[in-house]
Design a protein around this ligand. Structure first.
Ligand SMILES: [Fe+2]
Ligand SMILES: [Fe+2]
Length: 207
């Protein structure tokens, strides 16, 4: 248990302090940066990507928390696969923030550990609710990314491509949680999750 805990602390420090290394190339790799993008839009897009980056930090916290107490091998391999893809999302967001001249959120450690605790609790309660929680999270993240797709200046094909790719993969994560037997969460939990997500997106847009 102590070994597992130390390894977990090491993983969290890598996610939060060092720049993590992705497994796949960026989906916008061959798309040139637009020369027509106004500075104000660059600034705004950097903020959107900061919010998305923190979303990916939360995803890592949730997945790591869920894996920490999970004992079901089928769920474990799916969670690990999704967590690897989320690391790529994290890297793509961070690189794009840097290119747009922005910064990642100072609140990331807070959201990471909060998400880790929530993910741990979900996995302790029940496997099916654990998956239900994952499915609902991915559904809400996809909807949030969709809203960004509509707000971003369409000139910025690089940012759009990253968000579109992430959205597709979040939808696949949701589908795989449902295939594994996710239970629909009670309305009250869905509402609390939406309110928490709103708090995260609003605060990290500014800080
Ligand atoms: Fe993601
Ligand atoms: Fe996801």
């Amino acid at each position: 248990m102590i070994d597992k805990l130390i390894s977990e602390i090491d993983k969290s420090l890598k996610i939060l302090s060092a720049s993590p290394v992705g497994n796949r190339a960026r989906p916008d790799l061959n798309i040139p940066d637009s020369k027509m993008l106004p500075e104000a839009d660059k600034h705004l897009h950097a903020k959107f990507m900061r919010v998305n980056h923190t979303g990916e930090v939360c995803a890592q916290g949730l997945y790591r928390g869920q894996l920490f107490f999970n004992k079901n091998p089928n769920i474990k391999s799916e969670l690990e696969k999704a967590a690897r893809e989320e690391i790529d999302h994290l890297v793509w967001c961070e690189e794009r923030i840097n290119e747009l001249g922005g910064k990642t959120s100072l609140l990331n450690p807070l959201f990471y550990f909060g998400s880790f605790v929530v993910g741990s609790m979900a996995s302790i309660v029940d496997d099916k609710y654990n998956l239900g929680f994952l499915s609902e999270t991915e559904k809400q993240v996809s909807a949030h990314l969709e809203s960004h797709l509509n707000e971003i200046n369409q000139e910025d094909k690089k940012t759009l491509t990253i968000i579109e790719t992430m959205k597709k993969e979040e939808e696949l994560h949701q589908a795989s949680a449902i295939n594994l037997g996710a239970k629909k969460l009670p309305k009250i939990i869905q509402t609390i999750m939406k309110k928490t997500a709103k708090l995260m997106t609003t605060s990290t847009f500014h800080i």
